[in-house]
Design a protein around this ligand. Structure first.
Ligand SMILES: [Zn+2]
Length: 100
């Protein structure tokens, strides 16, 4: 049995590195939103976290991320915006605690 490979175009079979971020899948139909952080304003996607089920903002502003495309039915992936948001304090202390 061979595990199903998850390979993206432009990513020629690069081996998974230890620094690979935790990717959160973004369904193709997820509508983009703007982060409400006062200095952020990044495009984010609110999706249920695969492990906790809580709705989390996901950012595609990192290398290796995939922007979802409803027209092409492309599932995206990104990282928790709690990690790269300059205004992450706005998400509340509870959210920050979970990161540690
Ligand atoms: Zn933000």
């Amino acid at each position: 049995m061979k595990a199903r490979e998850y390979r993206q175009p432009g990513e020629p079979g690069a081996p998974t590195t230890p620094n690979e971020p935790t990717w959160i899948p973004i369904p193709a139909l997820t509508a983009p939103e703007l982060c409400t952080g006062p200095t952020c304003g990044a495009t984010i996607y609110k999706v249920p976290h695969p492990k906790t089920g809580n709705t989390v903002p996901v950012s595609c502003a990192v290398e290796g991320a995939v922007v979802p495309d409803p027209l092409e039915d492309i599932q995206g992936r990104g990282i928790s915006h709690f990690i790269d948001c300059p205004d992450r304090d706005q998400f509340g202390r509870g959210a920050r605690e979970k990161l540690r």
